[in-house]
Write a protein that binds this ligand. Structure first.
Ligand code: ATP
Length: 396
């Protein structure tokens, strides 16, 4: 058996030689994926000898899929991610005018991957715009399926906008729309179920990793029922399901208004450990935190359904067409996403080996050009030379 399955809590049950599907990705995808596969294989070998290994299975999505099958996201790819539970993918091009808004969104929706997980930490040697980037060690649980991202909106001056306006004014008694005739409208659905499953996952993660502090970030002072609901349902869930952990001090929960959080996270980032937040706040927060550690181009991410166990780990940058095929791309975002994957399947020894090797490279100023150019002793390396350098620290 080489298929990862999930137990009744959604926790992966992992054989010693699991099959893991990967999508190479478009643009720089093939370069960063090649690097990631070599690094992960080497680290797994170093950690477990021959006892464990990953059987990589390439599945198609994006341009490569379109060229070979005529489809941007073939059914077989969706099926593979469903069947093998866990996968990893490089960046994907967004097809223009093909009925698919975004392949990433289609994958997330298809598997109901309701958590966007973004851990943010600093690596010594990486140049950061703040004085103490080492104080940033924050994991963001961003809700992935609701909020203003639901895509329910109507452009100004359309029949649907007029119909919606009419409904608001005539049936709902709304009088506060400042310029009704020229307004576009968007709907922000936030549910108790959606909130609870996100905050439950964040609370469990906080307890299991010994991180203790969970902060609910919201704009409940202004949007009382959507963002305010998120806060209220969150606290109610914590009281109901985590009373023991609250009592024994393994879980401490507080909340913070989103704008204050952005300020605090810059001024005293050590006050935060795990953050749970809605979709739009999460978008801003994860990018700001990543910038704080100088890692906007190397930040990892994953989309996870903690109930079924399904997870797709991914490079958070785009396809970088300007440098594609030039052996210049930085593979670190995908490599660090792979370390998240290794942690997720419980192969943390291999994950730590990779992180140590990365730290070695960065402290010596060895990095791809995008990072090395800011390092005082920076030595810009090509993707393949940087990979080789990393491998040399892994096989030591
Ligand atoms: P897409 O349309 O796929 O989002 P994009 O070029 O608009 O592509 P990104 O791919 O995120 O957006 O690239 C933004 C900038 O960051 C580009 O200059 C690109 O070269 C650079 N960049 C992105 N990823 C990497 C990487 N892995 N290594 C080095 N530079 C990168």
């Amino acid at each position: 058996m080489s298929t990862i399955t999930a137990d009744h809590n959604g926790k992966p049950i992992v054989p010693n030689h699991p099959t893991i599907p990967f999508v190479e990705g478009d643009g720089v995808g093939s370069e960063v994926t090649r690097s990631m596969l070599r690094v992960v294989d080497e680290a797994v070998k170093r950690a477990y000898d021959e006892r464990r290994s990953i059987r990589w299975k390439e599945v198609l999505a994006g341009k490569k899929a379109y060229d070979q099958t005529g489809e941007w996201l073939p059914k077989a790819t969706m099926e593979a991610f469903r069947q093998y539970l866990i996968g990893i993918k490089g960046p994907l091009t967004t097809p223009i005018g093909d009925g698919i808004r975004s392949l990433n969104v289609a994958l997330r929706q298809g598997l109901d991957l309701y958590v966007c997980l973004r851990p943010v930490r600093w690596f010594e040697g990486v140049v950061s715009p703040v004085k103490r980037p080492q104080d940033v060690d924050i994991t963001v649980f961003r809700e992935n399926t609701e909020d203003i991202y639901a895509g329910i909106e109507w452009d100004a001056n359309t029949d649907k906008a007029k119909k919606f306006l009419c409904f608001l004014q005539e049936e709902m008694g709304v009088t506060k729309i400042r310029f009704p005739e020229t307004s576009a409208f968007g709907v922000k659905p936030v549910s108790r179920e959606g909130t609870e499953r996100l905050i439950r996952a964040a609370a469990r993660y906080t307890i299991e990793t010994g991180r203790k502090h969970l902060t609910l970030v919201h704009k409940g002072n202004i949007m009382k029922f959507t963002e305010g609901g998120f806060k209220r349902w969150g606290y109610e869930l914590i009281q109901r399901e985590f009373a023991a952990e609250l009592n024994n001090g393994t879980l401490i929960v507080n909340d913070c208004i989103a704008d204050a959080f952005l300020q605090n996270a810059l001024l005293k980032p050590e006050a935060y450990s795990v953050v749970a937040t809605l979709n739009l706040n999460g978008d801003y927060i994860s990018d700001m935190l990543a910038a704080q550690v100088g890692g906007i181009g190397i930040s990892p991410g994953a989309n996870i359904n903690y109930t079924t166990g399904h997870a797709i780990f991914e490079a958070t940058h785009g396809t970088a067409p300007d440098i594609a095929g030039k052996n210049m791309a930085n593979p670190c975002s995908l490599i660090l996403s792979a370390t998240m994957l290794l942690d997720y399947i419980g192969w943390s020894e291999a994950a730590r080996i990779i992180e140590k090797a990365l730290a070695h490279c960065f402290t010596q100023g060895k990095a791809t050009a995008d990072l090395a150019r800011f390092m005082p002793q920076g030595k810009p390396l090509s993707t393949s030379d940087f990979t080789q350098e990393l491998l040399s620290h892994i096989t030591l």
